[in-house]
Design a protein around this ligand. Structure first.
Ligand SMILES: Cc1cc2nc3c(=O)[nH]c(=O)nc-3n(C[C@H](O)[C@H](O)[C@H](O)COP(=O)(O)O)c2cc1C
Length: 210
């Protein structure tokens, strides 16, 4: 499936084939494809917790307003945004850029200064936005790549973040932008047509906002 086909075919699926496993290889391929998503300064502030066993999916459902898809999908991905990714990844990013010739050794300091200016400290709102926006791009890449691999998805923010953190032992300073259910459309289900989209002319402006 080409990318335009994948964008057109993607829907948020409410009816997953229950009990159908997502093979390790396919899951790995999905996550590797999504890992090619762009990120600010290539800092990749995303993490994923894969929930696949019936017991853990049941526990997740309790934290997600009892949404059946959390239990019925083959897997649910807990997307985690890490505001601390700057400190964790900056050296590797700069090493790679230097090695590949994107920057010279003396250019490293400029990038470190830029990151500090742009994203402030670990606790700041700017830093949280950084982590969430980039993790959301990763999430969208998961959903498009899934289509290409013959999988269906459903993003969710109907969940209690604190409850998920407690149940799944996710550190308090991390953020959960969304869950993504991944699996296969249940046999015999015909989707309703895609719902209303605004016409782009309503929200696209050129050259000036006013
Ligand atoms: C970040 C995000 C969170 C969402 N959370 C939920 C959710 O908790 N439960 C749900 O049923 N749908 C959820 N949705 C799905 C939307 O309702 C759906 O994307 C929208 O109605 C458009 O439908 P489509 O994805 O099939 O085009 C969410 C979508 C996004 C992008």
């Amino acid at each position: 499936m080409d990318v335009i086909g994948a964008i057109k075919a993607r829907r948020s699926i409410n009816f997953f084939e229950t009990g159908k496993e997502l093979p390790d290889e396919k899951l790995r391929e999905l996550l590797e494809l999504a890992n090619l998503a762009p990120s600010s300064m290539n800092l990749q502030p995303w993490e994923v917790l894969v929930v696949r066993t019936p017991e853990r999916k049941k526990a997740l459902r309790k934290c997600a307003f009892d949404q059946p898809k959390t239990e019925e999908a083959s897997a649910v991905l807990i997307l985690i945004a890490n505001p601390g990714a700057i400190e964790e990844n900056i050296d590797r990013v700069l090493d790679s850029w230097q090695k590949l010739g994107f920057i010279k050794p003396e250019g490293r300091g400029t990038y470190i200064g830029m990151v500090k200016t742009l994203y402030d400290s670990g606790e700041s709102l700017k830093r949280k936005f950084f982590a969430v926006k980039n993790t959301s791009l990763y999430a969208m890449s998961i959903m498009i790549a899934a289509q290409g691999l013959g999988l269906e998805t459903h993003p969710m923010d109907g969940f209690n973040e604190d409850a998920i953190k407690k149940e799944f032992h996710i550190p308090a300073e991390k953020i959960i932008p969304m869950l993504i259910a991944v699996g296969y459309l249940r046999r015999g289900i015909t989707l309703l047509p895609r719902a209303f989209r605004r016409n782009s002319s309503e929200f696209v402006k050129f050259e000036d906002y006013s």
